[in-house]
Design a protein around this ligand. Structure first.
Ligand SMILES: Nc1ncnc2c1ncn2[C@@H]1O[C@H](COP(=O)(O)OP(=O)(O)OP(=O)(O)O)[C@@H](O)[C@H]1O
Ligand SMILES: [Mg+2]
Length: 430
């Protein structure tokens, strides 16, 4: 039986021989989704939390859950790097709600670490893709069996931004199954802004180290002092420390921002601080963020500001896409420079195919700002331009996404009618 294609592009380069095809990975994989974030240049390692991660490796699952910008991703990425563990890093987005896609990436990720791995699971996925939404557990059993057979060294599986999957997806059942029968050789780390709807009760009885939450992630006084001393090269007085605690409660994003703004104030006027900061820091996290983001943003040149506003409309910022869409900006030079200077832009992966990621809070700040500058029509025009580019590259699904954001439902419907039957069944357009 020929493998079923779940994505528009998938059939194009499948292997000729049917047996080979059945056990081959579907080819729509986006390599960048399996890349870990590169550690930020300014980083404080946090042994009290890393030790908990280490201790809990003996259990099947660690859940790291806290609001945006709490240092979840940084903590886990730093832990993996400093402890030199084998791992698969899977950056989730809304398209991973489909168990076929989810299990496909999982298998492909493990295959990248254990080259022998994947034949049996891919074969099963390809043959039973239609039933997967109803019974993802069976495919998980196949995967578990293959792990037992092929994976010999401890392997940590990180699912970052799990909250993107939302509440309604068979993936939760698949993950539950995986955790219930997880071979000892594997450990799963789920990173999420919200507590995911998986069977946590079982997990809690295992160990108190299984959950790292917002309260755990908040920087202690000691960590704040060290962060300023080691990373920012500033010695805080007891009063300053108390003020920062009062202002930020140890929320790392606010600490970073307060410090950036304070530095700028020093550069400008030779004084530290500003009296209304205390008031600002009493507001909601979004308002706090917007206040500081505005400060950081206004420091950039007009060209860079324009560039940041425009790239914020992209879901994924890949170098070649960026270079094609913004020909007048030197993306290859600009993006790495911004990463070095700005805490809001990070990069995943090395060399060609790398992907840049805007801090989600900064991205939504930029999008709101762009809209206030160019209006709905201006934003829609830009999305239309992106859509044309993606269509010209045969990236139909990405193109349609931009049409939908531009509210061009007629054109989107045309493309979907022509190409989209499989995407809809796969949940990619839900
Ligand atoms: N230990 C640390 N030392 C220095 N900076 C840190 C540390 N942890 C986090 N940060 C900084 O704080 C910001 C937020 O961190 P991070 O992206 O890890 O948060 P997150 O909880 O994963 O956020 P999100 O929910 O948006 O994914 C980043 O700018 C990061 O560089
Ligand atoms: Mg994160």
């Amino acid at each position: 039986m020929a493998p079923k294609s779940r994505q528009g592009k998938a059939t194009a380069s499948r292997p000729d021989s049917e047996t080979e095809a059945a056990s081959a990975p579907p080819i729509f994989f986006l390599r960048t989704k399996l890349l870990p974030p590169r550690p930020a240049p300014e980083l404080l390692s946090r042994p009290r939390l890393a030790d908990r991660l280490l201790t809990n490796l003996a259990n099947p699952l660690t859940l790291v859950t806290a609001n945006a910008g709490s240092g979840k991703t940084t903590l886990v990425a730093d832990f993996l790097r400093t402890h030199e563990r084998k791992f698969v890093w899977y950056q989730l987005d809304h398209t991973d709600k489909d168990p076929f896609v989810f299990l496909g990436y999982l298998t492909f990720g493990i295959h990248q670490v254990v080259p022998d791995f994947g034949k049996a699971t891919f074969a099963y996925l390809n043959e039973s893709s239609a039933e997967l939404a109803q019974q993802p557990e069976r495919a998980v059993d196949v995967l578990i069996n293959e792990v037992l057979e092929k994976v010999e060294q401890q392997l940590i599986l990180v699912l970052d931004d799990y909250h993107h999957l939302g509440l309604q997806t068979p993936v939760h059942a698949a993950l539950d199954r995986l955790l219930a029968y997880l071979p000892d050789v594997m450990h799963v780390v789920v990173i999420s802004r919200e507590v995911p709807p998986i069977a946590l009760a079982r997990m809690r009885t295992h160990s108190p180290d299984s959950i790292i939450d917002r309260a755990d992630l908040l920087f202690t006084d000691d960590e704040t002092r060290q962060l300023f001393r080691k990373v920012f090269d500033i010695e805080l007085t007891a009063e300053q420390l108390a003020e920062y605690r009062e202002r930020t409660h140890g929320w790392i994003t606010a600490l970073q921002l307060v410090r950036q703004v304070a530095q700028k104030t020093v550069r400008r006027s030779g004084q530290t601080g500003s009296t209304d900061l205390v008031e600002i820091l009493r507001q909601s996290e979004r308002d706090i963020f917007d206040y500081f983001a505005e400060e950081v943003f206004s420091d950039e040149s007009e060209d860079v500001q324009r560039f940041l506003l425009r790239i914020s409309l992209l879901d994924r910022i890949e170098l070649d896409t960026c270079a094609a869409l913004f020909e007048d900006s030197n993306c290859a030079r600009l993006l790495p420079t911004l990463v070095k200077r700005n805490v809001f832009l990070t990069v995943a992966g090395d060399g060609p195919g790398e992907e840049y990621r805007l801090h989600p809070l900064f991205q939504s700040f930029l999008r709101r700002r762009l809209r206030s500058e160019v209006g709905r029509t201006g934003v829609a025009d830009e999305h239309q331009r992106f859509a044309r580019y993606f269509f010209s590259r045969g990236s139909w699904e990405k193109g349609v996404r931009h049409l939908l954001v531009a509210e061009d439902f007629v054109k989107a419907a045309e493309v979907i009618a022509e190409r989209g039957a499989e995407w809809i069944t796969s949940g990619a357009l839900s």
